[in-house]
Design a protein around this ligand. Sequence first.
Ligand code: NAP
Length: 283
Amino acid sequence: MILKGFGASGLQLPVIGQGTWRMGESARGAGEEIRALRLGIDLGMTHIDTAEMYGSGSTEELVGRATAGIRHKVFLTSKVLPSNASRAGVVRACERSLKRLGTDYLDLYLLHWWGRHPIGETMGALEELVAAGKVRMIGVSNLDAAELEQARRALTRERIVCNQVCYHLNARGIEWGLVRDCALQGIAVVGYSPFGSGDFPAAGSRPWRALESIARRHGRTPRQVALNFLTRGAGLFSIPKAATPEHVRENAASVGWELTPEDVALIDEFFPPPSAETPLAMI
Ligand code: NAP
């Protein structure tokens, strides 16, 4: 797996990580999901993204089982719900997440989206968690440029290392300005729902055939083309969710090779880049 600089954190992280939304919601599928996550870790997709919201905690429990004994190999991210993002609420939510995850620290803790609690309280609590050794780094999710600036200004000691935002072929709005703004501030952009959260172009459709034609030239698949494209910029990372070994293997092999300018032009034709400032997409 290819690594690159994760914003100004000083860390090199895998370009492709693993999402976990909708995992751990049924006991029946847990074994296969755990095997998929472990295979992904073996293949270098060691950045695991989860949240207290997912499965109301059952996803964090599943991630805890998947990383038991190999915690040191993993870069673990979780997120606090905006409704819990008061000064004391963030600290309590983090304690609950740590317990479910079976670990005593998170590598990265994010505010899941902008909420009703004053941002200064939330960011202050996140800094407190770093000082207490419970969180190594802090970041945000689903914040536009103006919100990001407010969050940044609320910090006194730490810096925001990432903004996790929706980014897939049919949601390229962040390319208008947010990617550049984040890069200037040393903030990594982690794109979520790279396959549209189950809404990838249908096999045989015209957009799919365009991706297929690119894929064939490189001996790859349409989804590998999509992940490669979505992580082509210096500060861009992606966290697809996959629950089968075939999907995990396919995603892991999506980087380490380059699309040509002609490939990119064809992608632009079928999945146009933004032509104006667009509100942040959210799933
Ligand atoms: P996604 O990664 O865009 O798509 C997941 C779907 O694609 C699943 O149905 C999965 O099937 C399928 N898939 C994965 N790899 C595949 C492959 N190689 N071939 C065919 N199908 C494949 O959706 P997502 O879960 O919404 O987004 C990814 C992660 O981003 C989440 O899990 C979560 O961690 C994060 N996220 C964050 C936010 C936020 O607000 N911060 C919001 C949404 C998502 P299988 O499961 O059957 O493999």
